[in-house]
Structures are given as C-alpha cells and as structure tokens.
Write a protein that binds this ligand. Structure first.
Ligand code: NAP
Length: 344
C-alpha cells in the first residue's frame, strides 16, 4: 500500500469532526493524532474517530513526530498563529477557510511555508470537488455562450449567538468571512479575474460582525457578479450563471453530496418581442433544459484531504494555489473596508 499522509487534527469542533469523518472515507491520509485545548475533548474526539494519539494542547500536537501535516480547524483568528507554528515545527498545513484574517497575514503564512519547504493550502473543500470542475468546464466550453452574470447566495439562520465563534468579532466572525468567502471565490474562479470594482452593503449585528452582507462586483472582462451571505436569513444557496446563450443553475454549489452532485443548463430561446407576431397569443415556450449529473465517488472532505495529500506526497501543485487564496483575501479586505468590519 502506498504511503499515507499522517494528519494531526488541531481543534475538535464542528468542522474537525466532518473533516475527520471525510478522511476516514478517503484514501490518501490517516488520522494520526488530535490536539485540543482540553485533554478531555481530545480524548473524546480520538475515541469517536479511532485516533491513537491525543494531546491536551496544540503545542504538544505540533511536537508529535508521527504527524506529517496539521489540519487547522480553529476560529478564523487562530489560523495565522497556528499555521505559522505548525510550519515552523516542520509540518505541512491544511488550514480552514478563510485562510487568514487579512491578506497581510496570508502573505506571511505562504512566505513561511515557502521558506520551510512545506505545503500549505486553504481548505476550500468545494474547490476540490469534481462538480466545481464540471461547472467551470461547461462555461469554458461555451455551453451558455459568453458568461455575463454570476448570482450566488450562501446563508443560514442560526439560533446560536452566545458562544458562537461566528458572532465573535475578535475571533474573526461574521457572514462574509464565514460564507461570503465562498461566493467571492466562485466568481473569481469562473471569471479567472480579480474584480475591477466592488460595492458592498451590510447589516451589522449588535455583536459587531456582519449578519447580512450583499456585494456586487464588476470584472474586467465585463462579467457582473452579485452575492448575499447571511447568518440570520434563509436563502436558496444556489449559483446562477448567465451567458448570452443560456444559463446554468447549480443547486448545491458549496456542499455537493454524492447524490446531489450536478447542475442544469438551460438554452435561451428568443424573447417574445423578437418572435414573429403569432395569430393568437400563445404561452411562452419552455426553453430546453439539460441536467448534467456529476458522478462522484467519495466524501466532500475526503476528496479535499486526498487532494492535499497528493500535493504533499506527489509534489503536485495544490488545488487551491497561493495566488488564488491571496486574491480572495484581497477582495475580502476591500469588502470589510467598505462595510467597516474590523477584528481588533
Ligand atoms: N470548510 C467548511 O465546510 C467549513 C465549515 C464550517 C466551518 N469551517 C471553518 O472551520 C473553522 C471552525 O469552525 P467550526 O464550525 O468547527 O467552529 P466550532 O465548532 O466553534 O469549533 C472551533 C474549535 O476551535 C477550537 N478553538 C481554538 N480557540 C478557540 C476559541 N478562542 N474559541 C472557540 N474555539 C476555539 C476549539 O477546539 P478545542 O476546544 O478542541 O481546542 C473549537 O472546538 C472556522 O475557520 C470556519 O470558517 C469550515
């Protein structure tokens, strides 16, 4: 059997559990150790996922010689500190999104990784998923003609405010950092460009973080993109991509599951005012619609872990390259500047 990448999980919260379960369903990583601020939490996590080594502090985890790479799953404000420490301890790093609090932190994290000769990647799991590649491919093959408009949403409505890291300004909370970062990244991925203009509006929660943010972006090639992200609002959480010959609807752009993987392509038909006057009024024709199923073997987080392992073990480029993460962080910085969201 080929060598597996031995992962140490740093932090034992919600996403760490999803990631650990994904690693178990993947092929190229093993769960070597877990570290928590609480020894009891590390032990309980280890028991749940059958992990042999537990550490009652993050520093102890970084000293574990049986760990090749650290998965950083703490609040956004901890990503910079623990990524740097892990890299300096000789580990590769897979760090949860958003990679850092700002572009300055992100730049330093990549510089330190480069100097240490270690791989670092932002854990944007949907970017590793074949559905995302299939959508990009459909656009590039001209399935909807020239891409003109991108509309996305990523919202949820939570009851938990107290003790929720997403409502803590000092921990880098807020809807933009938590889920708006997905929408920014998809627009940049599909256009292959950085926005030339950005306009953001927000509703700040009394905790000081943004609870509902809407952004519009204009890209140099002419594409316009808009998105909404919110933590106290329901939305359809889809991606609509419009061109001059049709449009694509992605019902589950952010968290595709094996049975919900795919999208539809609808071909435009001539608008009624462009058609010859019918003798009597007719119902509008139904435009032809094609469903594209993307067969996927494996779990969203398992695919991500395997992609990261491929970058480390086979010395391949990461699925989320430095330039891509840096571009995202710069857009997030500008939006935060416009909506007055500060973390200090
Ligand atoms: N990719 C995705 O699909 C996805 C989904 C959700 C979240 N995320 C990202 O993952 C990160 C964590 O989110 P989560 O939902 O897992 O949060 P969570 O359930 O609140 O867990 C965060 C964990 O971070 C550790 N931690 C370290 N310092 C902390 C502090 N000052 N306050 C609270 N916890 C602290 C804790 O682990 P210990 O007690 O064990 O030290 C805690 O369990 C965020 O960066 C978020 O953006 C990604």
């Amino acid at each position: 059997m080929s060598k597996k990448l031995r992962i140490g999980i740093l932090g034992t919260g919600n996403i760490a559990k999803q990631f650990a379960a994904g690693v178990q369903r993947g092929y190229r990583c093993s769960l070597a150790a877990v570290g928590s601020r609480s020894a009891a939490s590390a032990t309980s996590f280890a028991r749940q996922f059958g992990i042999g080594a537990t550490h009652g502090s993050y520093d102890a985890l970084l000293k574990d010689k049986a760990v090749d790479a650290i998965y950083i799953s703490g609040p956004n404000s901890t990503h910079h500190e623990w990524t740097l420490k892990a890299l300096r301890a000789g580990k590769h790093v897979l760090c949860e999104k958003p990679f850092a609090l700002d572009a300055g932190q992100a730049e330093e994290m990549f510089d330190v990784a480069h100097a240490a000769g270690r791989v670092v990647m932002e854990a944007f799991m949907y970017l590793c998923h074949p559905q995302t590649a299939a959508v990009v491919d459909a656009i590039h093959r001209g399935q909807i003609g020239k891409l003109k408009l991108i509309r996305t949403a990523f919202c949820y409505c939570t009851n938990k405010i107290e003790g929720n890291i997403r409502f803590d300004r000092k921990l880098g909370g807020g809807a933009l950092m938590d889920i708006g970062c997905y929408c920014v990244s998809l627009s940049r991925l599909l256009t292959g460009e950085e926005p030339a203009a950005i306009h953001a509006e927000t509703l700040l929660h009394k905790t000081g973080v943004d609870e509902l943010t809407t952004v519009s972006m204009r890209f140099p090639g002419g594409v316009q993109a808009s998105f909404t992200c919110g933590m106290l609002t329901h939305a359809d959480n889809t991606a609509h991509l419009s061109g001059d010959r049709g449009w694509i609807e992605v019902p589950w752009p952010w968290k595709p599951t094996p049975d919900k993987s795919g999208f539809t392509i609808t071909q435009s038909i001539a608008p009624r005012q462009d058609q010859k006057s019918p003798a009597k009024p007719t119902a509008p024709s139904i435009p032809p619609r094609q469903t594209v199923n993307v067969p996927v073997e494996g779990d969203l987080f398992g695919i991500e872990a395997d992609e990261f392992a491929t970058a480390v073990l086979d010395a391949k480029p990461t699925k989320v390259p430095r330039a891509f993460t840096m571009g995202n962080m710069q857009v997030l910085d500008e939006i935060r500047r416009q909506i007055g969201l500060r973390f200090e």
